[in-house]
Design a protein around this ligand. Sequence first.
Ligand code: HMG
Ligand code: MG
Length: 311
Amino acid sequence: MRTLPESAKLVEVGPRDGLQNEKDIIPAAIKVELVDRLTAAGFINIEAASFVSPKWVPQMATSGEVMEKITRKPGTIYSALVPNMKGFEAALAARADEIVIFGAASEAFSQKNINCSIAESIDRFREVAQATKDQGLRLRGSISCALGCPYQGEVALDAVADVAMRLRDLGCDEIDVADTIGVGTAIRVQQVFERVAREFPIHRLAGHFHDTYGQALANIYAALEVGVSIFHASVAGLGGCPYAKGATGNVSTEDVLYLLQGLNIKTDIDLDAVVDAGQFISHYLGRKAASRAGNAIAARRANDPSKETAS
Ligand code: HMG
Ligand code: MG
């Protein structure tokens, strides 16, 4: 077995990636409570908002209100997705701590998701990146379809590395390698990270895995083996991308925490509090959480109230 990292950073993306695909508009108050619960659970980075066109993603139109009403914990980074300068101005007004520019390693997905080519997206991001740096904010870049595309199929390793280089050159502090449709498997995940790590430090690369094919936990383990220590996850396994039909949610945060606890990888996040947050939002949405560990822990507690903790 290769040496695994001693600690990992989990970026909770449920309030953004998790909820963006919900058809019925969720009241801002519910989103605020979700973010506040996640803050209390100990996350130091929560993707809380997305300042995109409300015509494209109506669910995120409440992002300004959410950012205004959340209770911020000093030191916690509240991130917002931004596709252009209009989004940047809104994110700045909403006091986002980190701006996330999001591109793709597949031309077809770039067109569907942000209505422009990869090259055009980088041109748009250049201005956003400069403005982000001028304001002294953190900049993160996300690469969709790094392990496969719903429209074009296979995506070459060099295509992922090429976008990573462009995002690096824009000054990204962190870069996400995203399996948008959850098609990746363990060896390919290692190959992608090893290729991208030739262009950008591995300790600033993040794994963003959707769990459509049930591979996300295996892929996280594979990524840990090659030295990745930042992962995105969504409470209750919420989510999906509106421009990647059939893609299910991100890997569930509860499942990832359970895995990391078992591997003795430190996160400083309270799994019990995350289970509660997952049950809270699932109850609101009227469906069972898509989290195996979350549901198991909740059921165990219900059956035996004396077992109040997850470990
Ligand atoms: P467009 O139609 O080419 O842009 O969309 P436009 O400049 O022509 O603007 C169209 C309208 O939107 C205009 O309004 C603009 O003002 C408005 P109108 O004049 O018609 O009334 N508009 C905006 N409004 C608010 N905020 C903005 C904004 N920009 C324009 N920032 C655009 C281009 C990029 C705007 C559009 O394609 C878009 O918003 N796309 C976002 C799609 C999206 O959010 N997808 C999901 C997030 S990505 C994801 O989930 C993947 C990820 O999780 C990683 C992974 O898993 O792969 C990150
Ligand atoms: Mg995603």
